[in-house]
Design a binder for this molecule. Structure first.
Ligand code: MN
Length: 316
């Protein structure tokens, strides 16, 4: 590890231009880990890395520190070449989206990730699939390298951890709590950060609550299915997590399905389960994910997908 950190320091020191990206359509971990790393490099190396993203950054992340320093990839000339490119929380190459061309064009690529991946894009890899967030991988390196950090960095790392663990619901190891404990001891206020994330557009919340209130209940109330049609899909921001959460709070509901008509003949499926794994259902639709939270995108009509989902749950 120390050898890798030496190389990391060497590469940052020698780079005249540095860019950093997370996965396409960044979530809290992908965006905040990248912004934290930008500030870490500024503070410790006196360099100004460019933060580049593809897709849409949800409104709830609008108030995170340094949010405005993230540049949309299409605003940067296509042939731009960086000495050093750092990819964070990207998962697999296909999730890089529009920044892939810059990554491929860079002299050297470093990665920080916590996903399973057998197609690594980095030449120097800080990967740990046991970590609950990419931010933890960065925090680990920060402490081993004795890098200076400030309030922005601590808040960004904390937001990344809070969002990727679903407010600590999905943790598997105590180390994430220990990391959070050390951030809290250094001044992070969790309530303030959660408040800062409550920043959705009214229209988004109203569309989500409407979808929840119009849900249908099957299998004696154990399966809830909500639908967001195309006209409402435009008002959605993010994955419709609120719909899944509202329905999942109902007594007796074990499975929640959200069908999003993203465009004509394209439906996004989000699946949640309380007790039994449902990732196999997502896989049968060509998707995947975690045991109890999975999804897929299907090229078919909403009506057909709706029917297929119901029959998939008959087998469970
Ligand atoms: Mn992550």
């Amino acid at each position: 590890m120390m050898k890798k950190i030496e190389i990391l320091i060497e590469k940052i020191k020698n780079a005249k231009s540095i860019a950093i990206s997370g996965h396409k359509n960044p979530d809290g971990d992908a965006l905040c880990s990248v912004l934290a790393l930008k500030k870490i490099i500024e503070l410790n190396f006196d360099k100004k890395p460019t933060v580049i993203y593809d897709g849409n950054i949800p409104k709830d992340l609008d108030n995170v520190p340094l949010r405005n320093s993230a540049c949309f990839h299409a605003h940067i000339p296509e042939k731009t070449k960086y000495d050093l490119y750092i990819v964070v929380d990207y998962g697999t190459r296909k999730h890089l989206g529009g920044v892939e061309k810059f990554v491929d064009n860079a002299d050297f690529v470093i990665e920080f990730d916590h996903h399973n991946n057998d197609d690594l894009v980095g030449s120097l890899c800080f990967d740990d699939t046991e970590k609950a967030a990419a931010a933890q991988v960065i925090y680990d390196v920060v402490r081993k390298a004795k890098f200076k950090i400030d309030e922005d960095i601590r808040n960004l790392l904390a937001i990344a951890i809070i969002t990727d663990t679903g407010n600590f619901k999905f943790i598997r190891h105590s180390d994430v709590l220990l990391d959070m404990a050390s951030l809290v001891d250094a001044g992070v206020n969790i309530a303030n950060l959660v408040n800062l994330l409550n920043n959705k557009d009214k229209k988004t919340v109203l569309v989500e609550s409407k979808a929840a209130s119009e849900a249908e209940f099957l299998m004696k109330g154990r399966l809830a299915i909500a639908i967001i049609r195309r006209t409402d899909y435009k008002k959605l921001d993010g994955r419709g997590e609120l719909v899944l959460r509202i329905l999942g709070e109902i007594h007796g509901v074990e499975y929640v399905v959200l069908l999003k008509e993203q465009r004509e003949n394209q439906v996004g499926i989000s699946l949640r389960s309380r007790y039994k794994p449902i990732n196999q259902i997502a896989e049968s639709f060509g998707g995947g994910g975690h045991l109890y939270a999975a999804g897929a995108v299907v090229q078919d009509s909403l009506e057909n997908v709706h029917e297929q989902i119901i029959s998939a749950f008959r087998g469970i």
